[in-house]
Ligand binder design. Structure first.
Ligand SMILES: O=c1ccn([C@@H]2O[C@H](COP(=O)(O)OP(=O)(O)O[C@H]3O[C@H](CO)[C@@H](O)[C@H](O)[C@H]3O)[C@@H](O)[C@H]2O)c(=O)[nH]1
Length: 382
């Protein structure tokens, strides 16, 4: 795993784009807008209804302008340093990639295939990636296309440039299969689809969970009408997730921007470069769906480390949950006192626990101060 030394250069850097000139312009505009509003308010009694309407419109404009200006006040972006990650990371964490699809007519299977192939071709150790497709439409055509795509990927992924012509063949095969069901009888796998409808939920689940789930600590979700246009995307996300190895809970998700190539593309590009950088400068990007990496812990409240070999909740995780429920149930007045007492006891117990458990290869060392929320602790009864 990542090296824990804090003296090393960061895996990911925040680059500020704030401009004092633009701030001065914004402050001047703000001053002018307030003067206008003041002028309207002072003369509101001398004028007719139209004056009041103008006042209301200008107030609305000022409010929206203020919101936008606050958002873009400190624009920033994050620059991942992939070469540092590659040097420091000996064992890349696993990532589960999820593609969702629902309707084989509105979302043609070749679209899903393209998404899956782009994910399979990312620049990341192949044994650390798993790709799952959830098909709410329960379409045998999508299933057929994915089976073909998985065969094709074995050739295409390692030599994608060289085998461009093979890709054309795959496109033709999927397109020919649309509207023609002869291939449905050719494979036992399609039996599961024979009597299913999109609303037949139990069967859909049966078909969907057809492989071993890897339960990787990180998950990526991508809409089936999108694809990955940056091969290093997973390693870039890891630069953010792993930059504080002592505190794995410091980051819940990494959202990548979405590019659109349709008629509204320009609007999205402006929104992303104008407001996206501003939001990134405040606290980080907002969740926009497709293209988001989550830690599994954020999704389920648990990570794979919280399970024991039999798949049930480990004793430490059970204790953690009990403790959290207990603290949440306290009333406000007693909470502060008890939380402090719990923290003191927890600190001592934690040190003892770390002493008893020998360091495992690949695990980070125990933190010196365990005030962060991710430390382990024993149960406490009150
Ligand atoms: O019952 C459903 C409905 C949709 N989907 C899939 O969900 C994805 C998103 O659905 P879509 O109707 O395309 O949503 P949009 O409103 O177009 O997309 C917005 O909403 C998505 C879901 O939050 C985000 O991922 C996108 O980034 C955002 O642009 C697609 O892959 C669908 O196939 C299902 O799997 N089951």
């Amino acid at each position: 795993m990542a090296d824990s030394s804090s003296s090393r250069p960061p895996l990911c850097e925040r680059i500020s784009h704030k401009s004092y000139f633009l701030r001065a312009v914004d402050l001047t505009i703000l001053g002018l807008l307030f003067s206008l509003l003041l002028y309207r308010i002072q003369r509101v009694n001398e004028n007719e209804t139209v004056w009041v309407v103008a006042l209301l419109c200008e107030s609305c404009f000022l409010f929206i302008w203020l919101l936008i200006t606050c958002i873009k006040w400190s624009p920033a972006e994050y620059k991942p340093h992939l070469h540092r990650l590659d040097k420091r990371l000996h064992d890349f964490p696993s990532v589960d990639m999820f593609v969702t699809t629902a309707d084989p007519v509105r979302e043609p299977p070749i679209l899903v295939v393209n998404t899956v192939l782009s994910l399979l071709a990312v620049n990341y150790p192949a044994n650390k990636l798993a790709c799952y497709v959830s098909d709410d439409g329960c379409s045998p055509l999508t299933y057929f296309s994915l089976k073909e795509a998985s065969k094709f990927a074995k050739i295409w992924v390692p030599f994608c440039k060289k085998y461009n012509t093979e890709y054309e063949k795959l496109c033709r095969k999927v397109e020919d299969a649309t509207g023609d069901s002869h291939w449905l009888d050719s494979d036992d796998d399609f039996e599961a689809f024979s009597n299913t409808k999109p609303t037949d939920h139990s069967t859909i689940v049966k078909v969907r969970v057809s492989g071993l789930m890897t339960n990787a600590p990180y998950m990526l979700n991508v809409d089936c009408d999108m694809y990955v246009n940056e091969a290093d995307v997973v390693r870039q996300a890891m630069c953010v997730f792993l930059q504080k190895p002592m505190n794995p809970n410091h980051c819940a998700f990494v959202q990548f921007p979405q590019d659109f190539y349709d008629s509204n593309a320009d609007e999205f590009i402006i929104l992303q470069s104008y407001l996206g950088r501003g939001i990134a400068g405040i606290q980080g990007p907002i969740f926009t769906g497709s293209g988001c990496f989550h830690t599994r812990k954020v999704m389920y409240g648990l990570s794979i480390d919280d399970l024991d070999d039999s798949g049930s909740l480990s004793s430490v995780a059970t204790m953690t949950l009990r403790y959290e429920r207990f603290v949440n149930a306290l009333d406000e007045s007693s909470k502060a006192l008890k939380v402090k007492a719990v923290r003191d006891v927890r600190e001592v117990m934690n040190q003892l626990a770390w002493k008893q458990v020998p360091a495992l290869p690949g695990k980070v060392a125990p933190p010196k101060s365990n005030t962060s929320s991710n430390v382990i602790f024993p149960p406490l009864d009150f």
